[in-house]
Design a protein. Sequence first.
Length: 88
Amino acid sequence: MVRKEVKVTNQQGLHLRPCGMISNAAAKYKSDISIISDGVKVNAKSIMSLLILGAHKGSTVIIEANGVDENEAINEIVKLFENNFDEE
């Protein structure tokens, strides 16, 4: 299992577009991938679950992956956060 903590830095937080980008990226991997925010853990492959988190700008979330391609999955999703989901 691999875990990485990241900060939500895009202006509008995890709204529909970033959640779609996360779920699309996560769906490419065999590993189980979760996002944890304020103690709530959701499946990163489910856009609806990600929206429930309501993570706003400044929130800290944990990306967790477990499986054969966990490192690749974590790296791709972390890059989305680091690039502000291409919003800025």
